[in-house]
Design a protein around this ligand. Sequence first.
Ligand code: PMP
Length: 283
Amino acid sequence: MRELVYLNGWVGSFDDAFISVNDRGFNFGDGVYEVVRVYGGIPFAMGDHLERLEFSATAIKMEMPWSKEQLEMFTMDLLDKSKIKEAMVYLQVSRGTAHRNHTFSPDIKPNLLITVRHVPEISPSMYREGVKIISQPEFRWQMCHVKSISLLASVLAKQRAADAGAAEAVFVMDDGTVTECSASNIFIYKDDALFTHPADNRILKGVTRKYVLEIARGLGIAIKVEPFSFSDMLGAAEVFFTSTIVEIMPVVKADHHIIGNGKPGQLAGRIHDAFTSLRHTGI
Ligand code: PMP
């Protein structure tokens, strides 16, 4: 088993992979990406991720020269070579290599980077006991629906969380509305309904979010895809956040406030169990 890189057709190790200092991803954060979780050698929701990658590319006026089928083929080939079964795959497309200039020509050829890595260890105690999050004033741009590689706001927010001993930072707008976290979507269960922010320009339309909503609907839970406030969150019975790598993480503390009874909620556990049985279906 070894972690591998695909870079514009070249395949090798992380140490041997190089890209030009004129790459626009390097200079401007000008690019888009996806993260796919691979369970037992089978990518989960690959179709959803490739669709979102195309959506993000179109939103930043970047034309990708590869079809979804080609991107899937490159990925499967790299996975096969790496022999890693529990993997995390990044597909990252920058606008390409060109002399530094903010404006871009439509002729630049995008750079395609695909990496296969082991999944980072997430302590089971975090799921068992729940985690703490901190609030962070929403200071990102207005195109959070694009999965852009310009991640500075998320980097700073997540670092603040880590420095405070918290697992995530949740963005709160000036009017108190909760959007999402630095690298995950957030849900609250309150008054017998599951709330999450609408998939507009304020959040990334998470793939895990999609399956969590489907599972909750299947369980007969009332769903409210509508904005909620930070104080709604503090008064919720349950709070959890979702992402490709973390899946479903229960939150038991936000800033200095205890959520519910301070223990992970039942609904988060039921949804996570149902999600676990989807993992190997190759959806
Ligand atoms: N929001 C943000 C800002 C993210 O970075 C992520 C992680 N990619 C998510 C939400 C969750 O999306 P997904 O479930 O597709 O991983």
